[in-house]
Design a protein around this ligand. Structure first.
Ligand SMILES: O=C[C@H](O)COP(=O)(O)O
Length: 246
């Protein structure tokens, strides 16, 4: 891990996977790790099965509305009542498949922080943007959307996950150099908003991280941990990834 005061952070995003048996497996077999902030984000239905976990709980999504006639949605108050302290916001699967615009993402970030939880704000470019050389402009626009809509203080209270879409679930991980280059750019952009916050905000890499490649990614100067999809469904692999961050 790089030479800074940021505590490493690893979150497992189970997406629409898992069952009660996997919950039990994690409760019984994921070792406590005091040197890393470890978060599990299961499907919301299973949040209440995680009583007394040795790790923090996160949700994969939240409604931008507080309550009312929003069939199928889950509110921040409900997540909070079930012990969630983190919420993934703006995952590319939500942006692409559920029409979440930058404005919606920004309003969710604001709502999460005002409710006393911490957003894990996801940003990252599709393949065609990477191939056309537009990565920095793309992630800057995603960051600016939140900063402009919410105010810079909201960015500085978030955890930010850089997830190149072409690396998600594909087995094609960004190289450590590719990931570090974008993380350094994100931190530089954050410093324009708030120099102190830029040094304290945790920046995660996500996209085909596994037990074999986590270490080489996490030792990069501006990579403070990971947002893990597929490899977070196996307790042994996830344990190894958490250890790689410590
Ligand atoms: O939220 C997690 C990311 O989308 C990464 O997923 P993955 O590790 O399966 O590529």
């Amino acid at each position: 891990m790089s030479n800074n005061n940021r505590k490493p952070f690893v979150a497992g995003n189970w997406k629409m996977n898992g069952n009660k048996a996997l919950v039990s497996d994690f409760l019984s077999n994921l070792p406590a790790n005091n040197s890393v902030d470890v978060v599990i984000c299961p499907p919301s239905l299973y949040l209440s099965n995680f009583d007394n976990a040795a790790f923090a709980l996160g949700a994969q999504n939240v409604s931008e509305y507080a309550s009312g006639a929003h069939t199928g949605e889950t509110s921040l108050a409900m997540l909070s009542e079930l012990g969630c302290t983190y919420v993934i916001v703006g995952h590319s699967e939500r942006r692409e498949n559920h029409g979440e615009s930058n404005d919606i993402v920004a309003s969710k970030v604001k709502a999460v922080i005002e409710a006393g939880l911490t957003p894990i704000l996801c940003i990252g470019e599709p393949l065609e943007v990477r191939e056309s050389g537009g990565v920095f402009d793309y992630v800057k626009a995603q960051l600016d959307a939140v900063a402009n809509e919410c105010g810079k203080q909201y960015i500085s209270q978030s955890v930010i996950a850089y997830e190149p879409i072409w690396a998600i679930g594909t087995g094609k991980t960004a190289s450590p150099e590719q990931a570090q280059e974008v993380h350094a750019f994100i931190r530089q952009e954050l410093s324009k908003l708030d120099a102190n916050a830029a040094q304290s905000v945790r920046l995660l890499y996500g996209g085909s991280v596994n037990a074999g490649n986590a270490h080489e990614l996490f030792v990069q100067e501006d990579i403070d941990g990971g947002l893990i999809g597929g490899a977070s469904l196996k307790v042994q692999d996830f344990t190894t990834i958490c250890q790689a961050a410590s």
